[in-house]
Design a protein around this ligand. Structure first.
Ligand SMILES: [Fe+2]
Length: 345
């Protein structure tokens, strides 16, 4: 018999003997430890609870701070070394150093004039919203050059090659959104750099790519939708749609004020234009152009717009809907039925 197998049999016999002779529950709990078992009736925290926990915190990241930080980084590190010159926006939840929300990470990113960020691909889905760019800034997606113009939303779904190239003089700034925290949790992370060259050689500029959503068309579409709350109109971007992330343009009329109920989805917002205030439980923040903020799962919010505003809303609703976990109240309750009638999602 293999030595390790023999040693394991002896150890298991000892654990079984110790458990069979436990003199009290406390003694029993101590003797479960070497067996790597836990008593389901004696957990330090319940594993099931009546409603979702409010774990992640509402938070805001002002663009004016992030822009200065990116410019400082541009003096100190090139894209040759950084892969991406980006600043991830980690939720201020104690101990968290990465995710903006449980399934989503947002990041500010910048490339300088005449600079490129090399091509790579990964299984996490990614998308970006362009805050500032000069002429001739592109994201190359699977060999096509997609213009990166102010207000554009660009998709780079699961395993699409993508790199960024700035052929003009002006710096370009944008916000990335990825479902990396979800892929970390589930495990299927794959990442690959382009073997040949820094970015894909691509002659063809493709402004009409299905992966590009220009603001002129999609902002106008949002504004012409029916109101879902007083002063609020929204449009879902697509097709194509990302498997995990739902992307919406949200239009707020000047001075729009409304309450939004809690939902199991987490939402990260980036401000295209306008100003306003969001009050989320005991957190309140003002937002302005370029700012990013998160309203995590199960947090209700009161919105107050200043001027007419457009905000990009990125949520994990596509994922939750597939799993039948998208709710505003306990599943099947009268309150949830009311939420569905008022378009709470
Ligand atoms: Fe990437």
């Amino acid at each position: 018999m293999n030595v390790n197998v023999a040693q394991d049999l002896v150890a298991q016999d000892r654990i079984a003997h110790d458990l069979s002779t436990a003199k009290s529950l406390d003694d029993y709990y101590a003797k479960l430890v070497p067996a790597h078992m836990g008593a389901g009736w004696n957990k330090s925290e319940p594993s099931l609870y009546p409603t979702p926990k409010k774990t992640f915190l509402p938070a805001r990241w002002p663009y004016r701070t992030a822009r200065v930080a990116l410019d400082a980084a541009a003096r100190l590190v090139g894209t040759q070394d950084a892969e991406r010159r980006n600043l991830t926006l980690h939720n201020p939840l104690p101990g968290n150093t990465y995710g903006t929300a449980p399934t989503i990470v947002a990041a500010y990113q910048m490339i300088k004039g005449f600079e490129a960020a090399r091509s790579h691909r990964h299984t996490p889905n990614a998308m970006r919203f362009i805050l500032e760019s000069g002429d001739r800034t592109y994201t190359i997606v699977d060999g096509k050059k997609l213009p990166m113009e102010e207000g554009d939303v660009l998709l780079t779904p699961n395993w699409c090659w993508h790199g960024h190239v700035n052929e003009g003089a002006a710096n370009a700034y944008w916000v990335d959104f990825l479902d990396v925290p979800l892929t970390h949790l589930l495990g299927p992370v794959f990442f690959q750099r382009l073997d040949e060259g820094f970015v894909e050689s691509a002659a063809e500029v493709a402004p009409d790519s299905p992966f590009r959503f220009p603001f002129a068309a999609w902002g106008a579409k949002a504004k012409t939708q029916a109101e879902t709350r007083t002063g609020l109109r929204e449009v879902v971007l697509g097709p194509p749609f990302l498997d995990s992330l739902r992307i919406k343009w949200r239009h707020l009329a000047a001075n729009a004020t409304f309450d939004e109920p809690q939902t199991t989805a987490s939402c990260v917002y980036a401000v295209h234009s306008g100003t306003g205030t969001v009050t989320c439980d005991d957190h309140q923040f003002e937002w302005a152009r370029g700012d990013v903020f998160v309203i995590p799962a199960w947090r209700s919010a009161r919105w107050q717009a200043g001027g007419e505003s457009y905000l990009l809303r990125v949520s994990d609703e596509n994922l939750l809907e597939k799993l039948n976990w998208l709710h505003t109240a306990a599943p099947g309750s009268r309150m949830e039925d009311a939420g569905k009638r008022t378009g709470a999602f």
